[in-house]
Design a protein around this ligand. Sequence first.
Ligand SMILES: Nc1ncnc2c1ncn2[C@@H]1O[C@H](COP(=O)(O)OP(=O)(O)OP(=O)(O)O)[C@@H](O)[C@H]1O
Length: 320
Amino acid sequence: MSKEIIQVKDLKVHYPIRSGFWNRITDYVRAVDGINLTINEGETYGLIGESGSGKSTTGKAIVGIEKVTSGQIFYKGQDITKASNRRKLNYNKDGQMIFQDSMSSLNPRKRIEDIIAEPIRNFENLTTDQERERVQELLDIVGMPSDAIYKYPHEFSGGQRQRIGVARAVATNPKLIIADEPTSALDLSVQAQVLNFMKNIQQQYNIAYLFISHDLGVIRHMSENIAIMNRGRLVELGTKDDIYKHPMHIYTKRLLSAIPKVDVEHRAEHKKHRLEVEAEYRNDQSKWYDKDGRVFPLQKLTTTHYVALPSAELNEMEGK
Ligand SMILES: Nc1ncnc2c1ncn2[C@@H]1O[C@H](COP(=O)(O)OP(=O)(O)OP(=O)(O)O)[C@@H](O)[C@H]1O
């Protein structure tokens, strides 16, 4: 049976909006507004949603670089919502993050050796020789030449920089990596390479990924379980089959129908489906959002599949 590594309970991250002469708080951006999810050891959990839906904020809160407004995050059953607990449980070593923009996440003034060694220095006392050996090993794992250690980030391509980002993320032997759009800035062919070697590394070291993307194709390739995020909440949550074969929420259907189909033969059919979904969405918003325009709490559909709909709607759909 799979073991839980991360459990998120009713997580909220609200950013204050200030205005006026006194710079008072007048409202809040509810970036994450009460989400629950569980990530198992060694699995890839896909988190998908449009820009601004709250995906990155969720990832940052889980890894501990964004302050939580309320709710709890558990790592192997222990509460790590507070920074002091994260230190005690060594979570800062075990939970790492890979960012979308490798150019700005890798310090341009530092050589690759120092960039990759930085997290190791924070947690281990290695001699210079041991440290260099470890960095060489990591570069080897991500398929980079050993002379890369003397170079600077700008001397590499986007795909190579992303591999360096992965080498740095795995340097501390983490158990969980938050991968925030790790390949969106890359060409399609390089994207596939980086995704495949992220999968290889995962199998080799039993790492769990929270894989954040707005690209349903990438999420399908990578994930076992998937959550769909909209307006700071989860609208649907399930296994890959639940989401791709039996999508229930209109927002999930919209995202799925927006995947570009290269298949010319079915283009007309795909367009018809998309127009139908868009029309349904426009005509009956009340079914999908409450009177304040907010997403409903998730309801259980099957043991793995959850959808954000009021109970009455759910009963009607199931013919009860
Ligand atoms: N530091 C911040 N201060 C105020 N508002 C913020 C801050 N960070 C994010 N937000 C807001 O919170 C909401 C969610 O942002 P977030 O970056 O989590 O979305 P996202 O789904 O990751 O989007 P994208 O795919 O574009 O990165 C957005 O409305 C954003 O403007």
